[in-house]
Design a protein around this ligand. Structure first.
Ligand SMILES: *[C@@H]1O[C@H](CO)[C@@H](O)[C@H](O)[C@H]1NC(C)=O
Ligand SMILES: *[C@@H]1O[C@H](CO)[C@@H](O)[C@H](O)[C@H]1NC(C)=O
Ligand SMILES: *[C@@H]1O[C@H](CO)[C@@H](O)[C@H](O)[C@H]1NC(C)=O
Ligand SMILES: *[C@@H]1O[C@H](CO)[C@@H](O)[C@H](O)[C@H]1NC(C)=O
Ligand SMILES: *[C@@H]1O[C@H](CO)[C@@H](O)[C@H](O)[C@H]1NC(C)=O
Length: 944
């Protein structure tokens, strides 16, 4: 999260030095969907935090694989631990998959005070205890050890190699064209899966060194994070014993091992030597895939050189093995230190972005921050930002047409929430259900090391630039300015009010919140140092990024008044080109002038990025209650003429965020999109620029979901191939993008066919990946507009207790149903109707019980909805148990926020639409909905 703001700072600071890399101005990014449903699905319940009175300093790990057929492995780990507080126990994470056969402990260092007294060294184990639910293995000692003591624990154990999924130490395989199976063993230790392979303190902040020794069958090759230092053949056993160099300090989840018969190729280019490091790159894959990987080694080298050069610092690695793993099923590449695992299709693609993204993750993850990366979508957005920057410089065409701002905007969305990050359902639930403490703990761990990184790696660089260019006002330092940006998870809103009579501009700042905060939330009163760059209509020059003035955090009174350099018939634009990371609001006259200018012949004098910003700010401010919706809607009028993909891109992001609430909107957007879509042509032309293809895809997606006939037809035709397949469970011939339109607009039979594919999805098949099933399930739940499909799904998954639906599936269904009115209303009715059956079903599954109550009640936003939810509460007052607080909160939010919002804004929007839409469009809306309210649906993003 800090990292996020760090980049915000970076962007902001680009206002200062003229020597700043070009890429920071005109960066393009890659589409990040505003609501990344992977986060919802993969977020899990919090792990129990280990107390930190004892911390590890090194691990020596021996792993023995008896044979490639074996499903067991033997392990022995020695861990050196130091005491930072008095304690007589050691707690390790040990997954229940591991069986401990022996444990010993020896003291290697006395606490200084005891050493002085001449206390003899010695420590004994009193007993050990296994707490399976927490995955804790507790070693109770006979002695109480003091701060400064150190011990070595020696644990011998064995475990099962995972075969049904790819976590921990797992076995997988691939077929060659001759039909021969090749097995391999690999690790996936991300999140908290290291404890499946070794007893350890499995939390990213505990960074230690690892020394690995592996005994494995002859004929295979072992790779880990570091180079091999000795390799010995044990002839009588037909085994290889191989030892590897000690790793740098890193988190347990960065440890990696693969034992396989994959082959490698090396780059022709060389990695530049920096700080004495010269990196050796190899790219690995199965024999028959190598041809597809020929260009990859040089691509990796190019990206590494770029990043090392940009940060002027080396990766500090002596080797990097990049592997295309057959049948790799994790949702994202595994960015372990020195050894990265990719999906074959991802690695072989000529695109730069993904590779850069993962390289950055690895680098950042190892050297910089100890955060739990999956917790914070913001970190991803940030990483995307850097990856985009690299891509723009290395392969500009790849970025062409992929807006510059969506990455930044996704940060805005995150920061502008009442509780940042609460969008990630897992964390929201966690926060509600565990009273916040765990999350806060994670957060505090996240922050600890942050500043070190920033100061060392980036500030130096920025400071130098600032020093050279002499652009800072007196009294401000780069560090000082950046601190207010990087240490917060918020951004400011700058309000600009012009007094046209006296020709003055009044500037003020406040914390930007998009959702109305609950009254209980403490008011945050942050202030920032904000560079004010202004463009005046009569003197437009978007290359000038020099601040006219700084809105300082110390300003007292809080407002700053400056002279207006232009007259009342000219608009002004503050923060053009999104130089700083903050939205801007204006008085209504200025907005009106902007809107009119954008509809006029000179509109392209305002560059696309700024056009996009104006539109985006207006909509978001309206959504946040800062601006009248009428004005914001007027700002969309220019889209009729708009041809730039850069401006259109954020529109789709906005629809995701805002469309849910403003429900007539997508018919309106459709009316804006159709002309441009038709102009682009339905089918790609040879040699067209990639942005066109990209735009067409986005628009088509949108139109499809909105029921655009030609598209729905195409989707159903495609789907029909599957429907008529004789063995439909062998594979899915239908591209993901076609599923949602079919499940939304198609027949019950089509939908039911999809449901059967989820139910009959093969559990163990090398050819089919679990995420195919997940995607199907998401679309089955999230897309329909007919209640009966959803009722059927709930019947099967919840009431019939169909064993093919896991708890995680059910939770996923619930969260998908909150995406649209049909979904949550149907869920509500279902809950009401089957109250006792549901309650009994989830008797021992508190989180599913809480989940259904939350999803069924919290999304209502009308008085009628409020009445329904409160009636349910009255009817079953004493029966909610763990979910009592959840429904009470839902009622409070509906009453205080949602209804109020609707009452204030819906009539304004309705009126606006009635005035501005054509008769035809109004009829479309009327046909689609009996009232004026359309239901929109969140549509799953592709998981692949
Ligand atoms: C632990 O520390 C001792 C003494 O420094 C050393 O001999 C031993 O090799 C270390 N063990 C591990 C696992 O690092
Ligand atoms: C390993 O798998 C076997 C067979 O499935 C099972 O009986 C055993 O309990 C498992 N061992 C561990 C440590 O999980
Ligand atoms: C794999 O097996 C383990 C233990 O038998 C189980 O806990 C886990 O849920 C299984 N995973 C899948 C994806 O079925
Ligand atoms: C600017 O550079 C000069 C000379 O290198 C140095 O003495 C000074 O401390 C620098 N100022 C800042 C703000 O870094
Ligand atoms: C400061 O500006 C805000 C918003 O422009 C305005 O509401 C407020 O009255 C101003 N305060 C002062 C002291 O001028």
């Amino acid at each position: 999260m800090m990292w996020a703001t760090l980049l915000a700072g970076l962007v902001l600071l680009s206002a200062i030095p003229s020597g700043f890399p070009r890429s920071v101005y005109d960066v393009s990014g890659r589409q990040k969907r505003s609501i990344d449903l992977n986060d919802v699905y993969y977020s899990k319940m919090p792990q129990y935090r280990l107390p930190n009175e004892v911390t590890p300093t090194n691990y020596y790990l021996d792993i023995e694989i008896p044979s490639i057929e074996s499903d067991r492995f033997n392990g022995r780990v020695k861990i050196n631990l130091t005491w930072s507080d008095t304690s007589d126990r050691i707690i390790l994470n040990v997954h229940q998959n591991l069986e401990i056969s022996m444990v010993n402990i020896r003291m290697i260092q006395l606490a200084p005070e005891e050493a002085e007294k001449g206390v003899p060294m010695g420590v004994n184990i009193a007993r050990t205890e296994r707490q399976k639910q927490k995955s804790w293995y507790i070693i109770h000692l006979e002695q109480m050890l003091k701060n400064g003591s150190a011990c070595e624990v020696d644990i011998t154990y064995y475990g099962n190699i995972t075969t049904n999924e790819t976590t921990g130490l797992y076995k997988s395989g691939y077929m060659d064209s001759g039909g021969r199976e090749h097995l391999f063993i690999a690790t996936y230790l991300q999140l908290d899966n290291a404890q499946k392979m070794l007893p350890c303190m499995d939390d990213p902040p505990y960074k230690t060194t690892f020394k690995l020794k592996v005994l494995y069958p002859k004929g295979l090759k072992a790779l880990t994070n570091t180079p091999s230092i000795s390799r010995r053949e044990l002839t009588e056993k037909s085994k290889i014993e191989e030892e590897f160099e000690e790793t740098p300090r890193m988190s347990t989840n960065q440890l990696a091992l693969i034992i396989s018969d994959l082959e490698y190729i090396e780059p022709l280019k060389e990695v530049n030597k920096i700080d004495g490091w010269k990196l050796q790159v190899k790219v690995w894959g199965r024999k028959e895939f190598m041809e597809r990987l020929v260009d990859v080694p040089d691509k990796v080298v190019t990206i590494i050189n770029y990043l090392q050069n940009y940060f002027n610092s080396s990766f500090s690695l002596s080797k990097l093995d990049v592997m295309a793993i057959p049948m790799y099923s994790a949702s994202k590449a595994s960015d372990n230190w020195g050894l990265m695992f990719f999906k074959e299709s991802e690695l072989s693609s000529p695109l730069v972005w993904t590779t850069a993204y993962e390289l950055l993750y690895q680098w950042i993850g190892q050297t910089i921050t100890p955060y739990r990366r999956n917790d914070a979508p913001v970190n991803k957005a940030l990483n995307s930002f850097l990856a985009s920057m690299a891509t723009i410089d290395l392969n500009p065409n790849e970025m062409e047409g992929k807006w510059p701002m969506t990455v930044l905007y996704s940060l805005y969305y995150e920061f502008a929430q009442t509780a940042p990050f609460s969008r990630v359902a897992g964390i929201r639930h966690e926060a509600t259900w565990t009273k916040d403490s765990t999350y806060r703990e994670i957060a505090s761990l996240m922050f600890r090391n942050r500043r070190t990184f920033f100061a060392n790696d980036i500030f130096t660089y920025l400071n130098d630039l600032a020093n050279e260019t002499d652009n800072l006002p007196p009294g401000l330092t780069v560090n000082g300015i950046a601190a207010s940006w990087i240490n917060r998870d918020r951004v400011p809103l700058v309000t600009v009010i012009r007094d046209y009579e006296t020709r003055r501009i009044n500037l003020s700042q406040k914390v930007y919140l998009r959702d109305i905060p609950p009254q209980s939330t403490a008011k945050v009163s942050y202030q920032w140092d904000i560079p004010i760059v202004i463009q005046f209509q009569n003197n437009l020059n978007f290359h000038n990024t020099k601040p006219i003035v700084w809105l300082r955090k110390e300003n007292e009174p809080k407002n700053l008044t400056i002279l207006d350099f232009t007259t009342k018939d000219n608009f002004i634009i503050v923060n053009p080109e999104e130089i700083g990371m903050f939205p801007v609001n204006y008085d209504s006259c200025n907005w009106k002038m902007l809107s009119q200018y954008l509809q006029g012949p000179d509109r392209e004098k305002i560059p696309p990025l700024t056009r996009a910003k104006l539109l985006h700010d207006a909509w978001n401010l309206a959504y946040a209650g800062e601006l009248c919706f009428g004005i914001a809607m007027n700002m969309t009028l220019f889209l009729k003429e708009e041809k730039s993909h850069v401006v259109w891109e954020p529109v789709f992001t906005m629809i995701h965020h805002i469309g849910r609430r403003i429900e007539g909107l997508d018919v309106y957007i459709q009316s804006l999109i159709k002309p441009l879509y038709l102009e682009l042509g339905e089918n790609p032309q040879p040699d067209e620029p990639s942005w066109k293809t990209h735009m067409r895809g986005l628009m088509k997606n949108f139109l499809c979901r909105a029921g655009y006939e030609p598209c729905v037809k195409e989707a159903r035709d495609e789907f029909n191939k599957w429907l008529t397949d004789e063995e439909p469970d062998k594979g899915n011939p239908v591209a993901n993008k076609f599923l949602c339109p079919v499940f939304k607009w198609g027949t019950n039979e089509e939908w039911e066919f999809g449901l059967q594919r989820v139910i009959n999805f093969p559990k163990t098949s090398l050819a089919r990946k679990q995420n195919e099933r997940t995607y199907l399930l998401k679309t089955l739940a999230g897309c329909p507009k007919d209640a009966n499909k959803i009722e059927r799904l709930l019947q099967v998954a919840v009431l019939d207790q169909n064993e093919n639906f896991t708890d995680a599936d059910i939770q996923l269904i619930f969260s998908m149903l909150t995406g649209g009115a049909t979904g949550y209303k149907t869920l509500f009715n279902f809950l009401q109707e089957h109250w006792y059956a549901v309650k009994e079903r989830f008797q021992n599954k508190t989180y599913l019980w809480n989940g259904i109550i939350n999803s069924a009640t919290s999304s209502f936003n009308t008085q009628e909805g409020y009445d329904m939810v409160s009636q349910l509460y009255l009817d079953h007052q004493n029966e909610f148990e763990s979910a009592d607080a959840i429904i009470r909160k839902a009622l409070r939010v509906i009453k205080q926020e949602s209804i109020k919002w609707n009452e204030e804004n819906v009539p304004v929007i309705d009126t606006w639409l009635k005035e501005n839409l054509s008769k035809e469009d109004l009829e479309t809306i009327a046909a689609a909905t009996s009232t004026f309210i359309l239901s929109t649906t969140i549509v799953p993003t592709t998981t692949d």
